[in-house]
Design a protein around this ligand. Structure first.
Ligand code: GDP
Ligand code: MG
Length: 174
């Protein structure tokens, strides 16, 4: 018998090296390994309780080859929500998420969580918290500064919160 689990599909987007895989693995396993496959896009399926309801998370950990490679429309068509990641230590990665948002234009209206990763590397900071907050206002989404290297709970909250948004939009559209 096919299970009737509620599925929520999340695509994790961002420039190479910002910590997309580290964040995804942190959320799914609570672990931080430090080194991740840099070659391949990976799709995970994992059941997580959200406010007492079991949700099947499908997470697409995207893997652009370089700063120029933006997500294809297929990704936006597939996803219920996006986690957009930049690193506070990498100005170019901040510009990357801005460009990603531009390519979506108004065609795709998906819940977004904007995440600034590598918050442990304050001494190498290139993007201020305020800039992140301003961009989030522009995106009309939430903004969180995290460190996949150090945190578990706050990272889970990002995924759970964007999942709640998806569920709430679905309920409204029913
Ligand atoms: P991806 O290309 O976006 O998937 O990035 P990865 O998850 O492979 O991470 C790229 C590099 O950044 C790896 O060497 C990670 O160990 C490192 N990294 C990821 N998150 C953090 C973090 O929060 N702090 C620090 N200092 N390094 C991180
Ligand atoms: Mg990766």
């Amino acid at each position: 018998k096919k299970s009737s689990l509620t599925e929520v599909k999340i695509a994790v987007l961002g420039a190479p090296g910002v910590g997309k895989s580290a964040l995804t693995v942190r959320f799914l396993t609570k672990r931080y390994i430090g080194e991740y496959d840099h070659q391949a896009e990976t799709r995970y399926k994992h059941e997580v309780m959200v406010d007492g309801e079991p949700i099947l998370f499908e997470i697409l950990d995207t893997c652009p080859k370089n700063d120029e490679e933006l997500p294809l429309h297929d990704v936006y068509n597939w996803a219920d929500a996006l986690v957009m990641v930049f690193a506070i230590t990498d100005r170019r990665s901040f510009n990357y998420v801005r460009r990603v948002k531009q390519t979506m234009l108004d065609t795709f209206d998906l819940p977004v969580a904007l995440v600034a990763n590598k918050a442990d590397m304050v001494h190498l900071r290139q993007v201020s918290t305020e800039e992140g907050e301003i961009l989030a206002k522009d995106f009309e989404c939430c903004f969180t500064e995290v460190a996949a290297a150090e945190q578990v709970g706050q990272i889970a909250d990002v995924f759970l919160e964007v999942c709640r948004e998806v569920l709430s939009v679905r309920r409204k559209n029913k």
